[in-house]
Design a protein around this ligand. Structure first.
Ligand code: AMP
Ligand code: MG
Length: 333
């Protein structure tokens, strides 16, 4: 057991709590194995439910990539805390481990699949202190999706329907598992529509720690819009606002980030210059934009381990992983 420390923006679960660091699989006791099995059932149910929802809504299934020349820069993002970026040389070229599949999504959605989803691997070597947030692991899976020509509202409506349908279904089908975890009463079916807050409004009300504060006040999931961050989220230069959104879960905090996307070459270049993003790492994306082949789209990425953590009432997000990837700890598997 380690004491939670204050750092970064997403502290939610660690507030006033001891965070228990998940053990490697080979050290689990019999009762810990039972808990792992129950959480694994909830994971399987969640993956099945969400996959079926995307297929029902006529999304195409994209398979993940692990190495590419372009990946998410994760910068500037107020929540980012990356200690190291994984780059390797193969066939004489430098490639990067996927930090998110945002670039691939934008390209596939523009050229081939107007509605797509992917269970995407994300490798993010988080700072060691983040082990104690209870919210961060250094490898995780995003259920990422993108829709050509969609608005933010359409994406949010779809997510609301999926999340509340999922919880309803979990409660109907996994009541033994929820009561084993002490979660059958405390996990409520979210009411839709979820409330939408502007980030600026919350900053004015709560100050710098707005995210932690609101996370512990809410009892239903909420949306936060207008968050300044990476170049690919749509920004209205005139109004000074961002057409993006995060979904926050009670006590567990951010589970999803998404946005309507930029697609116009001059805006992409201007933002990359402003943010000191190396354009040579995004050559294909920029070339497509220049040729008018990048299309307007909107989408989001759901952190699967965080979603299951919330459903299960996990003590640490690594509890939802068979092979926990805790910042600073490299287990055998
Ligand atoms: P981001 O691209 O940073 O907005 O991440 C998208 C989603 O992935 C977040 O909303 C979280 O649910 C999840 N996520 C991000 N970083 C981590 C992490 N280090 N460990 C587990 N889940 C994460
Ligand atoms: Mg985010």
């Amino acid at each position: 057991m380690k004491r939670a420390q204050a750092f970064g923006r997403s502290l939610a679960i660690a507030q006033d709590k001891l965070v228990e660091i998940p053990k490697p699989i080979e050290l689990l006791s019999e009762s810990e194995i039972q808990r792992k099995q129950i959480i694994s059932k909830i994971m399987t149910f969640t993956l099945e439910y969400l996959t079926y929802e995307f297929l029902k809504n006529e999304f195409e299934w994209l398979l993940p990539v692990i190495f590419s020349k372009s990946t998410d820069p994760l910068w500037p993002d107020p929540g980012a805390s990356i200690e190291k970026r994984v780059e390797v040389e193969i066939y004489g070229k430098t490639v990067r481990a996927t930090q998110s599949m945002i670039v691939h999504k934008m390209v596939a959605c523009s050229l081939v699949q107007p509605k797509l989803f992917v269970f995407s691997p994300n490798v993010r070597i988080e700072k060691i202190e983040r082990a104690n947030s209870g919210l961060h692991v250094y490898e995780f899976t995003q259920l990422d999706f993108e829709i050509r020509n969609a608005s933010s509202r359409e994406v949010r409506n779809l997510v609301e329907k999926m999340i509340s349908g999922l919880i309803k279904s979990v409660k109907n089908n996994l009541s033994f598992e929820l009561s084993f975890l002490g979660r059958n009463h405390s996990l409520a079916i979210p009411e839709t529509p979820f409330r939408v807050y502007d980030r600026e409004e919350l900053e004015n009300k709560y100050g710098r720690n707005w995210e932690t504060q609101i996370t512990f006040e809410i009892t239903n999931p909420i949306w936060i819009t207008n968050v300044p961050r990476e170049f690919y989220d749509f920004e209205d230069f005139e109004k000074g606002t961002w057409d993006n959104y995060d979904l926050l879960l009670p006590k567990y905090g951010e589970v999803l980030s998404g946005a309507r996307r930029e697609w116009e070459y001059p805006k992409l270049v201007r933002k990359m210059e402003r943010d000191n993003i190396k354009q040579e790492n995004f050559t294909l994306l920029l070339n497509l934009a220049k040729q008018g082949k990048l299309k307007p789209s909107a989408g989001a990425g759901i952190g699967i381990e965080r979603l299951v953590s919330w459903i299960a009432g996990a003590r640490h997000v690594g509890e939802t992983q068979m092979f926990p990837k805790i910042p600073g700890l490299v287990y055998d598997l």
